[in-house]
Ligand binder design. Sequence first.
Ligand code: ADP
Ligand code: MG
Length: 371
Amino acid sequence: MNERYIGLMSGTSMDGIDGVLVDLSTLPGHVLAACHAAYPPALRERLLVLAQAPRAPFSELLSLDMEVGRHFAETAAQVLESAGLTAAAVRAIGSHGQTIRHLPGQSPGSTLQIGDPNIIAERSGITTVADFRRRDMAAGGEGAPLVPAFHAAAFAGDACRAVLNIGGIANLTVLNPGGEVLGFDTGPGNLLMDAWAQRHGHGPMDRDGAWAAGGRVDQRLLTRLMDDPYFRRPPPKSTGREHFNLPWLEKRLQGLDPPPPACDVQATLCELTATSIREALHRHAAQARELLVCGGGVHNDHLMARLRALLPAQQIRSTAALGLDPDLVEAVAFAWLARETLAGRAGNLPAVTGARRAVVLGGIYPGRTGI
Ligand SMILES: Nc1ncnc2c1ncn2[C@@H]1O[C@H](COP(=O)(O)OP(=O)(O)O)[C@@H](O)[C@H]1O
Ligand SMILES: [Mg+2]
């Protein structure tokens, strides 16, 4: 049976699209080709503006939906080409799309991922599964995180393990042998560090955490940041740029006298990510002795050093130790979710998202030869 799938993912960091062509006949999957297609800076800027504009122009939404769709289609073509395969060799594409709104806390909750899947299916000729989150929300769930089901399928072991994905937002999955899978967003991963670095002329990220490493944690600020009720809220919970953003930080910087220098703020933001992860782990996975890390944050040396310092009882390794490149875990997860959908199997875990029931996720956009 053809078990080759393409997974396409772009997360809250809005850094660009991770594409993977993976054979899922054994998990965590055998990667045949992968690429990262960075968004052109002007496109990234438009997406950031759209994601944060209280009243986004409808024409901009439509235009970006199609432009992002074209970029996703190109990424699919790129991985296909680098694997030396044709469309017929791939069963389906799972496309996450680009989140531009995630408002799970409202009633009713809403979430929107753009990147028109019609364009991906039409250009590639490959059946495309997309729009995974909204079905979970329609069933009363948070719509996120969706990766824990894949983490469970790919990484469960004999002992309790936690999987940590450090994207723009960080999410944690707890895998208890024989028990229910737990998963939730811990809070900011990289997105505040990225935004602060960008504002202070360090480019789109604090590479390797070098700037943060040269600063000092401001305990006054850290206390204020950690005081956000999100960190204390019990799961199910998920969050996004709508909650954790520069204005959120600025509000908590106000009135600090003397104000911390910019590099100390960066060090504190890094500490916030590490501390909120430690708290989440202590509260919900105290028994886990192993922490498997994936997502771009794994390349932030300072963040990883702080995590190791704050979690001395856990063995902290990248998912590469279990055979999957940490930069590709989410893209592979969406390839896997496409497979589950086409097989008619549910992709969400109600215990994780809070949905009333397990549901088959996503819309199916037929390829050239049908579904
Ligand atoms: N060398 C690095 N040093 C520091 N941070 C990095 C490095 N490489 C990647 N990152 C971080 O990882 C982010 C991308 O991670 P990713 O897992 O793609 O997140 P998302 O799923 O939100 O798109 C970047 O925005 C950046 O913050
Ligand atoms: Mg990314």
